[in-house]
Design a protein around this ligand. Structure first.
Ligand code: NAD
Ligand code: TYD
Length: 356
């Protein structure tokens, strides 16, 4: 492996694979991608860089401390960008065990082995090492319609097993900075969308159901608000924090794109009306079906990203209108990818969640 290397965990998932593709196009350092390949991980996302000599995939579990210790000693990364997690709120409601194991115990294992590795470094390698922890706005809980957006100082109030496990991991990361001086950075980001998102999440699910004439399930009254960010903008923000962020700090990342779920779905449907006028059901919004709400469903998330904007000079490039059009087009052009991820375990999940 090359001298200048970063370790990415969870790089075969949605955001991690977008991050690696962007990193290899924009930066010089090599990338080791450590991923367990759960249902959400797909090495085919990285097919375009598989033969790049700066890229290497290692299948493994972040809970496996021996494996991580050896990996760090062998490959000597200058930074760790930690995406690996169980990430789907609905799955965390059906079965929280894996969320506690990976998000809490896994992050703990990674922190412990990073601390041991970093303690053994000297000079510039020691001073420049960074551990960047990727987290979510969901740790802050739910906002009322007129509340100000979440800042880095908002009190943590997680409401789902997913957000509670992420909140716990954020606290561990913070503690490793204050107790051991490990040079950590934490980013909390709002809802992402874009290429390679697993189609159990709202936006790809709506696109795929709409084009095949299946009901589009909207939980509750569809008035829940999320702050949508195009995934490439999130990846740029992470690269910015990695290179310029102050250690021990957290940075909120968001798109300033607050939208009600029903409006997101209608926008996708009208985009498809234009691009796919011959689909089985047009207008596509005739497929909308209101279904039983998610238990404990957070009403509204909104991120105040002014700290990263003013301190580090990051700003999103995409509006929701430009990002959603790119996303819809990507799913229409990548039928083979969709086929490969919507097999066995995906179908079981859809049957369990939606009785489809
Ligand atoms: P994802 O579910 O698509 O990908 C997660 C990846 O982690 C998968 O490739 C999976 O195989 C891997 N993984 C799971 N358990 C593992 C383990 N024990 N060891 C090694 N690898 C393991 O998730 P995503 O949407 O890409 O999210 C990535 C990170 O960003 C997560 O930490 C998530 O909390 C955070 N985040 C996501 C969003 C979003 O909208 N998707 C928003 C804010 C923050
Ligand atoms: P999701 O993509 O699961 O992200 P998160 O729960 O992390 O915000 O869901 C986004 C929003 O869409 C959320 O308010 C739940 C809602 N939703 C539906 O209405 N129907 C669905 O089938 C799904 C998956 C989500």
């Amino acid at each position: 492996m090359q001298a200048d290397t970063i370790l990415v965990t969870g790089g075969a998932g949605f955001i991690g694979s977008n991050f690696i593709l962007q990193w290899l196009a924009a930066e010089t350092a090599a990338v080791i991608n450590l991923d367990k390949l759960t249902y959400a991980g797909n090495p085919a996302n990285l097919a375009n860089v598989a033969s790049d000599r700066r890229y290497r995939f290692l299948q493994g579990d972040i809970c496996d401390r021996e494996f991580i210790a050896e990996l760090l000693i062998t490959h000597r990364p200058r930074a760790i960008v930690h995406f690996a997690a169980e990430s789907h709120v609905d799955r965390s409601i059906h079965g929280p065990d894996d969320f506690i194991r990976t998000n809490l115990n896994g992050t703990f294992s990674l922190l412990e082995e990073s601390r041991a590795y970093w303690s053994g470094l000297s000079g510039a390698a020691h001073d420049q090492f960074r551990f960047l922890h990727v987290s979510t706005d969901e740790v802050y809980g739910s906002l009322g319609a007129n509340d100000p957006a979440f800042t880095e100082n908002t009190r943590y109030a997680p409401n789902s097993p997913y957000s509670a496990s992420k909140a716990g991991s954020d606290h561990l990361v913070r503690a490793y900075f204050h107790t051991y001086g490990l040079p950590v950075l934490t980013t909390n980001c709002s809802n992402n969308y874009g290429p390679f998102q697993f189609p159990e999440k709202l936006i790809p699910l709506v696109i795929l159901h709409a084009i095949s004439g299946k009901p589009i399930p909207i939980y509750g009254d569809g008035q829940n608000v999320r702050d949508w960010l195009y995934v490439a903008d999130h990846c740029e923000a992470i690269r910015t924090v990695l290179s310029k962020g102050r250690t021990g700090e957290t940075y909120n990342i968001g798109g300033r794109n607050e939208l009600k779920n029903l409006d997101v779905v209608r926008t996708i449907c009208s985009t498809l009306d234009e691009l796919r006028p011959n689909d089985p059901v047009v207008p596509h919004q005739n497929l909308i079906k209101f279904v039983t709400d998610r238990p404990g469903h957070d009403r509204r998330y909104a991120m105040d990203a002014s700290k990263i904007e003013s301190e580090l000079g990051w700003k999103p490039r995409e509006t929701f209108e430009t990002g959603i059009r790119k996303t819809v087009q990507w799913y229409l052009e990548h039928e083979a990818w969709v086929q490969s991820v919507t097999s066995g375990s995906y179908r079981q999940w859809m049957a369990k969640q939606y009785s489809l």
